[in-house]
Design a protein around this ligand. Sequence first.
Ligand code: GDP
Ligand code: MG
Length: 826
Amino acid sequence: MKLSELKTGETGVIVKVLGHGGFRKRIIEMGFIKGKTVEVLLNAPLQDPVKYKIMGYEVSLRHSEADQIEVLSEEEARALESGGDGADRNDAVVAAQDDSTDKELTPEELSDAARRKRRSINVALVGNPNCGKTSLFNFASGAHERVGNYSGVTVDAKVGRAEYEGYEFNLVDLPGTYSLSAYSPEELYVRKQLVDETPDVVINVIDSSNLERNLYLTTQLIDMHIRMVCALNMFDETEQRGDHVDYQQLSQLFGAPMVPTVFTNGRGVQELFRQVIAVYEGKEDESPKFRHIHINHGHEIEYGIREMQEHLKKYPELCRRYSTRYLAIKLLEHDKDVEQLVRPLDESAEIFRHRDKAAARVKEETGNDSETAIMDAKYGFIHGALEEAEFSTGDKKDTYQTTHLIDRILTNKYLGFPIFFLILLVMFTATFVIGQYPMDWIEAGVGWLGDFISTYMPAGPVKDMLVDGVIGGVGAVIVFLPQILILYFFISYMEDSGYMSRAAFIMDRLMHKMGLHGKSFIPLIMGFGCNVPAVMATRTIESRRSRLITMLILPLMSCSARLPIYVMITGSFFALKYRSLAMLSLYVIGVLMAVVMSRLFSAFVVKGEDTPFVMELPPYRFPTWKAIGRHTWEKGKQYLRKMGGIILVASIIVWALGYFPLPDDPDMDKQARQEQSFIGRIGKTVEPVFRPQGFDWKLDVGLLTGVAAKEIVASTMGVLYSNDDSFSDDNGYSSETGKYSKLHKLITKDVASLHGISYEEAEPVATLTAFSFLLFVLLYFPCIATIAAIKGETGSWGWALFAAGYTTVLAWVVSAVVFQVGMLFI
Ligand code: GDP
Ligand code: MG
């Protein structure tokens, strides 16, 4: 009987917990484990919730929750003892009433009876038409239902019984369906059966000679969060045809056991039932074959799902019967049935609003409705899984012909890498070369604005603040907006066109050598744009271990915030032809450090095995301009917001620290004045720490302020050096040397005075110092926003601080070594 039917004071033994995954898991976590005795403390009629005592403590459940728990009461157990095995529930109750002896059962006897009772497993057979469900049903139950080589033979659910290894299976042969949408009566019927009858385990029969299409239904069953075992039926046919698939791998990727079967002769049936028992007995934790996976439908849809789930979760009645994820997906598919289910909820308007918003964004970006997008994502998942399971076939019609054709080139063993690096080369070249033009315009504009204010504003601290603080600081950074937009444009294009996941796919082998997974590759590439969204993008990585390592090494990917300082320094110290080489070397060193650290981390810090998971390979498509535009702009907007916020504030603070306290002698030269300012004193204090790197106090101050955001390193230096008038004549570009001479001269002068050498002698030392400085900027503490993001995603300050700490130590060591070794050669 149901737990809800037990009266106050009665006890029962839990036989099984029904319902879908999420609900079951929660109930089981509460202690309602099969075989445990539960006592009803208070079950007043019509009163919710009911109080129970289980495993020594009290819990309360709602009636509807208790409805999903099957128990064996003492009377039923007694009836079983006397009435024998075959008695079903009604007989048991009748028998119990007849039983006049009314002897007390010991707890042992009770749980013994429960064990016997729970050895019956309700199994539903689900699959495409004509995949062999009825053949299995007949083979296992000894029935003689009609099998036919055409669809629609099974019109209703047939129930049969089979036995294996002491378990009894109640098999339900359901009508064949291609999917679980509400298009046909069969589909609705199957859905209703799965929800209302709550089978313990579903056998998903798959026609393996038509794997790709058949797995589509499997992905929908995964959405429903149902416990299942897959039968790869018709395996004889695929063998004859010479198909190959690594079904072990495939089952790990789908998180459900898969067994090759031939139902016409019974091959694999025993193994199939063994797996059903294993799933039923809850061996979920023991193998990657038993786990609940989420199919990633792309960020707009996933975002919509999460938003809707927030609301759906507030309705426990609903959650009990359905996985909220499944409901949200069905809503996005505009499923009439689920819409009807949701409409009466008082937050339905909100839910539909989220649905419509997500659908509209999908439409804008892909030109497809959300149904199609979900379908594409599911086929992308299947395609990726099959590729990983090394699926190959003789001759077969191909649903995604163009995609597969392009993939044959882009993921080719030999061509894949060169093409990928070519694309990266184009991306970075375009960023720097094309970006140079608008950069020059903005630079001119900023210069003009500074001059304008200098000329027309009365002298005083406010003017100084505007010119040296705001324009000097923000101006030094805002000029990089075009380059950042171009970089983001490329990244967005690669993501939206589907190429990014191919890049991840071909990088998979290499990433495994780093102790990571190919999926880590996408966040790492995104890290070149900005580490913050990249940290969030690690969410698609299922394995916690891979995800953690990816987050830890992400700061070593040189984000675009570091670009301003690279350009500023390489532009000042390296002649034009070496400039891109110097810049490239930074990116490469960052990546190399990431490889080294990732190997170290996976060996010593975050140990453990990795569970395999699917890399979705969605069909290629031309992204719409609108979508690309929006994704690029969304990222660029964050940059501008930073500019107006933290960078503006930091620039003013740096300026003020450098301006105050006002000197006693108003004619003091700017250089001396800065040294006695607050910032000068701070810089001087930390100078010994950076002695091995040869940094002077101005560079140190730059590094300190860069903790807030790395662009601030550039803006700080802009402010600090704008105060130095030693070489006031020329500020700009010299076509002769190809360098921005002012900063070059100023730093060289400072280096000369730091080491006590002449200006000429200091020139090579200054270049070395500048390079060590760039290395430090590349590697050290990413920025507060990134650290906060790591804290948010790992849920632990420990890992966030670890990331902050190790990067800084690494930066200190690497830049000290480079400087000291370099000095030997000067
Ligand atoms: P249902 O529509 O899913 O119930 O499929 P049926 O059980 O009616 O089977 C459809 C056809 O496939 C029948 O002709 C079966 O004999 C045949 N069939 C079922 N399983 C296998 C198998 O493993 N191998 C081969 N070659 N044929 C099979
Ligand atoms: Mg059938």
